[in-house]
Design a protein. Sequence first.
Length: 230
Amino acid sequence: MVINSRFTYLLILFYFLSSCQQIKQSYEETLNPKPNSTVEKPKDEDKVSSSSSYTESSTSTFSYSTRTDNQPTTSIYESEEKLDAIQKQLQAKFPGKKLMLYQSLYFYDFQGGRITVQLQDPNKPENIDNYVYFNGKWQGPNPVKITGNIDLKSFLFPLDELKFSVAKKIHDYMINEAKGMEGGKASEHIYFNHMSVAGFEDSHWYSSINADRKNLFIDFDIKGKEIKRR
């Protein structure tokens, strides 16, 4: 009986530690999502799925129109002025409305660049929609499916407190850092993430460098100042 009791205790302890590790991993993935190594053409019927739970993973896909002729070749990080103008185009879709970012903002320099943002519907606050900037215009909205057990408000951040032009500063910064690393190449992916849970708040930009000897991940504050590297 003593042996059985000890064995049962060890099983419970193992299960508890495993659960904690899953929670930690999910939390880290929410704050610092890893960019996909390949880009697939999304289907029109795809919807965005986002998770607000420590214990459930989230995946995001989106639908948008594409074209194969005269694809733009300029970088999405071409200039700060261009990025700020793109942000104004998004705000112009909602005249007089205050926009709230939900959880993440994503830049990717591919075929002229894409920007993906999730916004709270200012007319229906319980709804989150996905918008994609591609081919010189904003496309959407596409509905976002919210799952998990964390309050929606924990992931909302005022969009007017961010500047899209910060992504340009970060991209230039990462390129310069990559020069000092053997085989270093700055990622074309730049994220902004926000979470406020149980008194803990984290709002930061994030990007990475892939190199021959190691990879470097750098977090930046709202204005684009480095705050942590790992």
